[in-house]
Design a protein around this ligand. Structure first.
Ligand SMILES: Cc1cc2nc3c(=O)[nH]c(=O)nc-3n(C[C@H](O)[C@H](O)[C@H](O)COP(=O)(O)OP(=O)(O)OC[C@H]3O[C@@H](n4cnc5c(N)ncnc54)[C@H](O)[C@@H]3O)c2cc1C
Length: 327
């Protein structure tokens, strides 16, 4: 076996980034002439294991155990480490979600393995993994090579396209036992808070409409107009840090270096100047549309389309037009 991908799931539903990473890993495994395995941990997650095969895994190590019902880093790390020790993959990949970053760091430390965190691309150089990660707020890309094995990397959501599922693919599901952490179960999960029903997750959204300090003259109205446009397009609502810091909108909407990294097909920036720390989180969006009343705003230098105007007029006009055209 050459590559092992950790499949993140929550309540039996895989995170889309898991399949993005698995799809890329399939490509790399084919180039290496090796096998691709997936690790699925949780409770009542057999369906996720089957899905992993349809997305490209040859083998799935399924660890289905009540002790893994909610993510806790100690038992998850102990179990993933046992799988790595038992099957000696050359490469181990994780989604760079909050949980994936936590888990990959602990596993890498425990195994004394090299980890490239938060990568945006993966390639092979002479058959060995080379991981690309942005540094200095996304201004530079570094290529990380590994000494020793396994080479480990966590991969940012939406770095790779989601592969198409092939339900006819066949593979092997191997059940493995959960491993109790040496230091015991130090965390207790009390419950989960869900976002409002129908809200589109920012990191998964294909369309994002974001607002910045440009809404300052009437923040409540500004974000209401931005949400209406996002809802009309079936997208999610984002924000700059200035808008979050000013208390116009909660932190969970923040895009950028200290917020979420997004890669939608369409990113509409409304009243956002385009500071480097904001671009670090959305610069790889496929199409960027900027609405700003200052024609010299830096956001226009990265935008595919720019509208110079007042967002309080432009945004509702766009919403009305999209409503007409989309029915
Ligand atoms: C360590 C560090 C980390 C950071 N992390 C982040 C991060 O994660 N995300 C982030 O976004 N920032 C981050 N920042 C802050 C960043 O440097 C900028 O301060 C911030 O992005 C500016 O937000 P803004 O574009 O909304 O505000 P401004 O820079 O004030 O821009 C507002 C824009 O709105 C326009 N405008 C005003 N009124 C209107 C109107 N009516 N209609 C249309 N346009 C209008 C103005 O012309 C201007 O271009 C970070 C900074 C540091 C130092």
């Amino acid at each position: 076996m050459s590559i092992l991908v950790y499949v993140e799931q929550f309540e039996g539903k895989a995170a889309p980034v898991s399949w993005e990473v698995l799809g890329k890993a399939r490509e790399l495994a084919n180039q290496m002439g090796g096998k691709l395995a997936a690790a699925v941990l949780g409770s009542g997650v057999e369906a996720v294991a089957k899905e992993a095969i349809s997305f490209g895994a040859d083998t799935v190590y399924l660890v289905d155990d009540p002790s893994l019902a909610a993510f806790r880093v100690d038992p998850y790390a102990a179990t993933v480490e046992a799988l790595i020790k038992a099957h000696s993959p050359k490469v181990v990949l994780f989604p760079a979600t909050a949980r994936g970053r936590d888990l990959s760091a602990v596993v890498a430390c425990d195994l004394n393995a090299g980890l490239a965190a938060d990568c945006s691309d993966l390639t092979l150089v002479n058959g060995e993994l080379a991981a690309v990660r942005p540094v200095f707020s996304g201004n530079l890309l570094t290529t990380i090579r590994f000494v020793g094995s396994p080479a480990m990397a966590s991969v940012r959501p939406r770095s790779f396209p989601a592969p198409a599922a092939d339900p006819a693919r066949t593979g092997e599901v191997v059940r493995s036992a959960a491993v109790a952490p040496a230091g015991g179960y130090r965390e207790e999960v009390k419950g989960f808070e869900k976002t409002a029903a129908g809200e589109v997750s920012l990191t998964d959204a294909k369309i994002i409409v974001s607002g910045g300090r440009g809404v300052a003259k009437d923040p409540a109205l500004g974000f209401k107009l931005i949400k209406e446009l996002a809802d009309t397009l079936g997208g999610a609502m984002g924000a700059s840090r200035a808008a979050v810091d000013a208390g116009y909108i909660p932190y969970k909407h923040q895009v950028g270096q200290t917020g979420k990294t997004v890669r939608p097909d369409l990113y509409i920036a409304c009243g956002i100047s385009g500071a480097i720390q904001h671009l670090a989180g959305m610069g790889s969006s496929k199409i960027i549309v900027a609405i700003n009343k200052d024609p010299e705003a830096p956001i226009f230098s990265v935008a595919n389309y720019g509208i110079v105007g007042d967002l309080f007029e432009v945004v509702p006009a766009l919403t009305a037009e999209f409503k007409k055209r989309l029915g």
